[in-house]
Ligand binder design. Structure first.
Ligand code: ADP
Ligand code: ZN
Length: 755
């Protein structure tokens, strides 16, 4: 990259229009522009370009031997451009897409500063759809020729289909030949013959996807008094504009979605864009149908399962401002909205909002930042809000509206524990006699049962009964999970799979490998044996063929074509099953162990969500939690239904230990090809560890997964009081230590994964 030079974003000037004009020289002279590129550098590089470029313009530039796409980040400061424009490499192409808005650019810089990711890597998330940068090819359409020949020249002959086409084409708009053939009900050659004879004419037109038209007043719900009060507060904040955050704190089934739909209606009536973030798993056909029923058109979707064409159109529509409502998973936050007026984060407590690779960010937290930078309202929504959010409510930073009751008089389910020490399942089984008895009674009443276990596969561990050997992944320090569906053993961390060996690979004993513990597939097997009459459905990501399949399975449950559903967390979110009245949690203790300070909170959230599936309509629901420790605080809270008391204790404990949200954490994970290299690197970092009041550096330690994808890992944890700004300290620390090229260091500010 020779002449180009980097600048540090910390020293970045304001990239507003005033600066821009100052830097512009005589018209026509090339100017020096700072261009941010999707490479791991500390900041933008200088390039020569036309003086009238817009800041934020998306451009292509040479970088070494490559061409890369980046964005103009600002003009070079006068005096800063040590290299004159004439000697710099030039911007080679300016894409015809809207320049990245000021808010988007500030958001990228802010996020890079917060996550310690290179700003170019954050920018790449905003420019995540290169195909969208060029306009779609125009399409050929045919219509009756304007100067229709009176009688086409021979050898042309009129046939019945040809006459039919001409007759109908008079009434139809121009359309692609194949489409016309389909509408008329003839073959494409018939159309081609008419084109050759000059009866039909072809022309090209741009492929314009017609933006959906939402009607804010299309079909509003008839809100209950609670709902109406909540909605009117939200609508007021949206109408007032400006930055605010409001939590909708409402029990499952209270109508939170209906309430935030009203806020969306207000934003739409003001003509602005709206973003709804949902955890990918909750972005279901059911949600989309509800939205469309309410607003008269479907929202623009943004998630990992889009087709390339849908993706490209969605990016462009969001960037051009024609996509008025975008609903998506966390990455939708990064689209360059020119006129965002509201962000809704549904299921705000969901850990799935935390991105764990590339740029480590939490989409809920970043949504709040985006709202702040864009000076717009954000709405967070949950039945089990995160402690982070509740603390912000308590401190008066966030507003709160509460929906304490289920809509339409449905009562919350009755929750009870089944103590497995007193009522153990039969040997080799996992469902206790009291749970089975209740399940049988529920089925006898013609109602449905959900058995929840958040563990995919048949068994989490396979053990040799002769020598005690455990089958592990060769790439990771993890057990292989037995998946009976595909008759494979699978590593859930790297995807490694193998067939089940006929003999123990360690001692050679034949027929001695035994599955240990349950996964959902094993529960399904048990249900088939003990409730043979029941129609069962196993619902996990392994047993799904795409979204249509999921929608179909959800419909079958809703329509009562299924008696017993056995599922992982896939089933826990936001679905409505009117006939479901019993929820059995197979292992309520799962997820409580481990070093994650949020383990208790998360378990509480997940189990509350699952419990919320029971008894949503006219029949009351029951929830049974199988446990070895019914006195455990999380279970006690679920049993008493006293969420706030639980959270108070949880908050007090975390505050005492200065854990988030009362203190700051950052994980520094070192990985290397060998254990020795990982140790050396971790020790080198530990020796250089910063010292500051209120800051502790813990480790290095072996994480639970000390080997992952063939790389050896060591973990350091920076733990600080709230008032300490961790980022500059970490940046300085990591900048001071030189490590070999084979060592990778990742920083995770406010980690959610402690693997
Ligand atoms: P939550 O998001 O709080 O779990 P939902 O918004 O999904 O609750 O509402 C629960 C159910 O009650 C849905 O089927 C929804 O359509 C229905 N519902 C909620 N409020 C109303 C209302 N005001 N009028 C009609 N149906 C409503
Ligand atoms: Zn693995």
């Amino acid at each position: 990259m020779g002449e180009a030079k980097t600048t540090d974003t910390d020293a970045a000037p304001d990239t507003d229009g005033a600066d821009h004009k100052q830097a512009v020289k005589a018209p026509g002279d090339p100017a020096v522009w700072r261009v941010l590129l999707p490479v791991p550098l500390a900041g933008p590089l200088d390039y020569a370009g036309p003086p009238d470029l817009q800041i934020g313009a998306v451009v292509e530039v040479p970088l070494g031997s490559r061409r890369v796409v980046g964005a103009v980040w600002g003009p070079a400061e006068p005096g800063d451009a040590a290299v004159p424009a004439a000697r710099l490499k030039a911007i080679e192409r300016v894409f015809e897409v809207p320049a990245l808005p000021d808010t988007t650019r500030r958001f990228v810089d802010w996020m890079a500063g917060y996550t310690l990711a290179p700003p170019g890597q954050v920018l790449q998330m905003a420019l995540s759809c290169p195909a969208a940068l060029v306009a779609e090819e125009p399409e050929a359409v045919v219509a009756l020729a304007a100067d229709l020949p009176a009688e086409p020249a021979p050898p042309f002959k009129w046939t019945a289909p040809r006459r039919r086409v001409v007759e109908q084409a008079r009434e139809l708009p121009a359309m692609p030949a194949a489409e016309l053939a389909r509408q008329v009900g003839c073959g494409v050659p018939v159309i081609r013959g008419l084109i050759e004879a000059g009866v039909l004419a072809t022309h090209w037109r741009p492929r314009a996807a017609v933006p959906p038209r939402y009607r804010p007043g299309h079909a509003p719900a008839d809100l209950s008094a609670d709902q109406a009060a909540a909605a009117s507060r939200l609508c007021d904040t949206v109408a007032a504009g400006g930055y605010s955050v409001t939590l909708i704190d409402g029990v499952t089934g209270s109508g939170k979605t209906e309430v935030y739909f009203e806020a969306i209606a207000t934003a739409l009536a003001g003509g602005r864009q709206v973003l709804v973030l949902l955890p990918e798993i909750a972005l279901t056909a059911q949600w989309l149908e509800r939205f469309e029923a309410r607003f008269g058109a479907a929202p623009t979707q943004w998630h990992s399962r889009l087709t390339p064409l849908a993706r490209r159109r969605a990016w462009r529509a969001a960037a051009e401002g024609t996509a008025k409502v975008v609903v998506g998973a966390r990455s939708a936050l990064m689209l360059p909205y020119p006129d965002l007026g509201l962000i809704v984060v549904d299921e705000e407590h969901e850990p799935a909002f935390k991105q764990e690779d590339g740029v480590h960010y939490h989409a809920r937290d970043m949504a709040v930042t985006r709202a702040f930078l864009g000076e717009i309202p954000a709405v967070l929504c949950s039945a089990t809000p995160s402690l982070e959010t509740l603390v912000n409510v308590e401190r008066g930073r966030y507003g709160q509206v509460v929906l304490p009751r289920r809509f339409g008089g449905a009562v919350l389910p009755e929750v009870a524990a089944i103590d497995l020490r007193a009522d153990p399942p039969e040997r080799g089984n996992f469902l206790s006699p009291p749970l089975l008895a209740e399940a049988a009674a529920t089925l006898a009443r013609g109602e449905q049962v959900l058995l929840f276990l958040n563990r995919r596969g048949y068994a989490p561990l396979t053990l040799c009964r002769s020598c005690g050997h455990r089958l592990r992944c060769p790439n990771c320090e993890a057990w292989l999970v037995d998946h009976r569906l595909g008759r494979r053993l699978v590593c859930h961390h790297c995807g490694y799979t193998r067939s089940v060996p006929p003999a123990c690979p360690e001692c050679g004993a034949v027929d001695s490998l035994t599955p240990i513990g349950p996964g959902v597939e094993r529960i399904a097997e048990e249900v088939a044996a003990v409730l043979p009459e029941a129609r069962t459905l196993l619902l996990t990501s392994d047993h799904l063929r795409g979204t249509a399949d999921l929608a179909d399975k959800m419909r079958r449950i809703r329509d009562g074509e299924v008696d017993v559903v056995i599922g992982t967390q896939l089933i826990a979110k936001g679905h409505h099953f009117p006939g479901l009245t019993l929820v059995g949690v197979v292992d309520a203790d799962l997820g409580l162990a481990g070093g994650d300070p949020r383990a208790a909170e998360r378990t509480y959230q997940l189990l509350s969500q699952v419990a919320g599936r029971a008894g949503r309509a006219d029949r009351p629901g029951r929830v049974r939690l199988q446990t070895y420790d019914p006195d455990q605080p999380v279970l006690a809270a679920l049993l008493s239904g006293d969420r706030d008391a639980f959270l108070e204790v949880e908050a007090a404990e975390r505050a005492a230990r200065h854990l988030p949200p009362f203190g700051r954490l950052a994980a520094i994970v070192v990985s290397a090809p060998t254990a020795a290299a990982a140790d050396d690197a971790a020790q080198a970092l530990a020796r250089a560890a910063p010292r500051a009041p209120g800051l502790e550096i813990l480790g290095p330690a072996d994480p639970p997964l000390a080997v992952l994808q063939r790389r050896h890992r060591r973990r350091l944890l920076a733990k600080a009081r709230r008032e300490v700004r961790l980022q500059p300290i970490l940046k300085d620390w990591l900048g001071r230590v030189r490590l070999p090229g084979s060592v990778r260091v990742t920083v995770d500010i406010d980690p959610y994964s402690f693997m």
